[in-house]
Design a protein around this ligand. Structure first.
Ligand SMILES: [Zn+2]
Ligand SMILES: [Zn+2]
Length: 105
């Protein structure tokens, strides 16, 4: 038996299917799994992707995954995400709709 690798998913922004790190959006029956950098480029609905990929804009795939799982980076990102103002972090159907429109352009 071979162990399954990271899940392959579809990115609605660049339309590639691979296992690169994603931002999972789930509101109601809408599920989107864009790449972190793709999500950032169309306006991340909860403002987390610009923070999480800060300083790692050029990383993709396994490089990005190991960067994001580095304990120092995890701690710094958690702190930065906590520091977001309430309006930015509020994740509502409206913000997802705006995101969906950006994606479908
Ligand atoms: Zn993408
Ligand atoms: Zn995002």
């Amino acid at each position: 038996m071979t162990s399954p690798g990271p899940l392959v998913r579809f990115c609605p922004v660049c339309r590639q299917a691979d296992s690169d790190p994603r931002h999972d959006h789930g509101v109601g029956d809408t599920l989107l799994q864009p790449h972190l950098d793709c999500c950032r480029s169309v306006g991340c609905p909860d403002g987390s992707c610009p923070i999480i990929t800060s300083g790692a804009e050029d990383l993709r795939g396994e490089d990005l995954r190991s960067h994001l799982t580095d304990p120092t980076v995890v701690a710094a990102n958690a702190e930065a995400l906590d520091a977001r103002d309430d309006e930015t972090r509020t994740y509502t159907t409206d913000t997802v709709q705006v995101f969906l429109q950006a994606v479908s352009r």
